[in-house]
Design a protein around this ligand. Structure first.
Ligand code: NDP
Length: 282
């Protein structure tokens, strides 16, 4: 293995410690509310981790857990109540929602000023227009990893594998905003391997275990693996075949311990940003 390991866990710990210091200087505790509907087991773990991290950093954090049979109207009413609550700075609706609730309706119901997931169409539009707004946590976390690792972005050829609203698209916008030359690849892309091989920076967010092989990677490239996939034997792997890729890449994020911890750190950053934007830094 020759690649430098980009340690997202360590970077996230530093960000969280910095946030805790800043929160301690405020005259209020930034309020985060996570809304969970139903019993999706993975969501349970994510929500608990978010709550724990927020509380540890001094945030006023709580989870509102609604039963699986909650109607869309009831969920929207809960979101409206949180929108109106002055103690709440950030609202996150944990996905996936039960099938009878429209995800877009729930996302659009969140006050864009409290949309700490950055999924509201207004925030997505701001990002696409190059205007300031709340940015989705995972791509924000990837930008931190690249910055903290000293990766030069201006003019670099970046390939983003995946075009979801949550990761791929906002990731591409952020890289474009940082003056990369960006290609977005997806399930209809012809010759994915060739596209990836052109990348100086490759961000994989497809949700396909170890799909990106070593020979898809240009020697010395920076590889960021957003994927989190559980294999039948319980092992957690990314979208990149780590050992093969690490033999070719210049730098690479591991799974676990790469992008994952950054997502929660950036959720807290977004919540603090939203709080200060709404209340001022008093
Ligand atoms: P989605 O399923 O929403 O999107 C996957 C994207 O990958 C789509 O754009 C799809 O293309 C593309 N894709 C799927 N299969 C292929 C293929 N065989 N070849 C080329 N492109 C393909 O996933 P998300 O963006 O939400 O998540 C991606 C991964 O990142 C998952 O493993 C998820 O668990 C992980 N994740 C990790 C987070 C973290 O904190 N580290 C946070 C969020 C997600 P098309 O649009 O054409 O269908």
């Amino acid at each position: 293995m020759s690649a430098r390991i980009l340690d997202g866990k360590a970077i996230a710990a530093r960000i969280r410690a910095g946030l805790a210091e800043r929160v301690a200087t405020l005259s209020f505790r930034p309020g985060l509310r996570v809304v969970r509907v139903g019993e999706d087991p993975a969501s349970g773990v994510y929500v608990r981790n978010k709550d724990k991290a927020a509380t540890a950093a001094g945030f006023d954090s709580a989870t509102i857990h609604l039963p699986a049979e909650t109607t869309e109207a009831d969920l929207l009413a809960t979101i409206a109540r949180l929108n109106a609550d002055p103690a709440v700075d950030g609202i996150l609706v944990q996905l996936p929602l039960p099938a009878h609730i429209r995800t877009e309706a729930a996302i659009a119901a969140v006050d864009p000023a409290k949309d700490v997931d950055g999924f509201h169409p207004l925030n997505a539009g701001r990002l696409a227009a190059g205007q300031p707004g709340l940015v989705p946590c995972t791509p924000r976390g990837v930008m931190h990893i690249l910055a903290e690792s000293g990766v030069a972005l201006r003019g670099a050829r970046a390939v983003v594998l995946g075009r979801s609203q949550i990761v791929g698209r906002p990731m591409a916008q952020l890289l474009l905003g940082a003056d990369c030359t960006v290609t977005i690849a997806h399930s209809r892309t012809r010759d994915l391997a060739a596209e990836c091989r052109r990348a100086e920076i490759l961000v994989a967010a497809v949700g396909r275990p170890e799909m990106v092989r070593g020979d898809w990677i240009a020697p010395g490239a920076v590889v960021v693996d957003v994927g989190i996939n559980r294999l039948p034997d319980g092992k957690l792997v990314g979208d990149v075949a780590f050992a093969e890729a690490a033999a070719v890449a210049g730098a690479i994020t591991p799974v676990p311990g790469g992008v994952g911890p950054m997502t929660i750190a950036c959720l807290l950053e977004n919540t603090l940003d939203a709080a200060i934007a709404r209340r001022g830094a008093a």
